[in-house]
Design a protein around this ligand. Sequence first.
Ligand SMILES: *Cc1c(COP(=O)(O)O)cnc(C)c1O
Length: 230
Amino acid sequence: MIKKNIEHLTEQIAKIASACERDPSSVTLLAVSKTKPVSAIQEAIAAGLTEFGENYVQEGVEKVTFFKQTQPEQVLCWHFIGPIQSNKTRPVAESFDWVHTIDRAKIAERLNAQRPDELRSLQVLIQVNISNQASKSGVAPNEVFALAKLITSLPKLCLRGLMCIPEPTDDPIKQKEIFAKMAHIGQQLSEIYPSVDTLSMGMSDDMTAAIETGSTMIRIGTAIFGRRGD
Ligand SMILES: *Cc1c(COP(=O)(O)O)cnc(C)c1O
């Protein structure tokens, strides 16, 4: 089932990308494996995926450790995509390759200080509260540049771009409006910081709009692994 789901999604991504004259390989499929067992991740690896996203620190660290110990030859890339509390930054800095949810200076500074020297820099995205939702994570669009300036002064972090979780809507025009705002900020940011090349936006219900507006990473859970208990 997981293999079939991945084949189907890969085809869909290729179709959407080609229709808007983008190279399908410019869109990374990030498999969101939160709450799913390692056996499910193994099936996804067998189907060709290498990028995985986790939301919960302890669960994520356990999976990263499992794969490093049991299949060290397997090159996987682990993305932390959940909210981060400042007392949980150390395990994230020690285990993950990417963090998508930087939304304040304190988190960036702690991750930088706690990133082990022997590891490559942590690849990070600034989470933007692009729909301006009360009580949602992420910085306001006009705060992105100050946080980016701080992040790029930290040697163990590499700023790669932006991430958002927009307010859900079924209207593709509204979806595209929001994603276009992200793309615009991302473009401005990449003109200042050449390391910026990533827009983590788009999930199962809005991946078409996201790819059409320039997403380089779509985050998909349910459509790969099936429904979660949450
Ligand atoms: C859970 C989650 C996803 C995937 O959601 P699905 O609806 O299962 O595809 C994507 N992004 C983030 C930040 C998530 O927490």
